[in-house]
Design a protein around this ligand. Structure first.
Ligand SMILES: [Fe+2]
Ligand SMILES: [Fe+2]
Length: 138
């Protein structure tokens, strides 16, 4: 996909970008709550299903930010972009670790809660920086 000629997914959908991305943060939060619940209940089928939804949603969200927004944000906010990319890398590392655990039926609640904490720290910081910039119309 060519980021220069193809409109970002959220623009194609006709939604305001910052609003759409915040909605995705809320959707991710709901999926993490469900995941945490299913980790406790030992319901392997629901845990796997919820994990797949979370993984897809999160992967697509991070990719949209990195491919369609951060390149433009970089010129005026290099430190913020570095910080966001570092957090994305930590999130992906934990997602990869948890994905293996879910497949092996060894997912533990403390690992899920680490991901919850990581995303809860990441979301408001990003909302202030990257999404704030988007709301200003770039
Ligand atoms: Fe992000
Ligand atoms: Fe985000």
């Amino acid at each position: 996909m060519d980021g220069l000629t193809t409109p970002p997914r959220h623009i194609e959908s006709g939604l305001r970008p910052a609003t759409h991305l915040r909605d995705e943060h809320e959707q991710l939060e709901r999926l993490l709550s469900q995941l945490s619940e299913y980790t406790d209940s030992c319901d392997a089928g629901r845990l796997q299903e919820t994990w797949s939804k979370l993984e897809n949603c999160l992967s697509s969200h991070l990719q949209t930010e990195e491919q369609q927004l951060l390149p433009s944000f970089l010129a005026s906010n290099p430190d913020e972009v570095r910080s966001i990319l570092t957090e994305h890398r930590r999130i992906r590392e934990l997602v990869a670790e948890l994905g293996v655990a879910v497949d092996l039926h060894t997912a533990r609640k403390d690992a899920v809660l680490r991901l919850v904490r990581l995303l809860r720290e990441h979301a408001p910081a990003e909302d202030r920086s990257l999404y704030g910039w988007l709301r200003q119309g770039r």
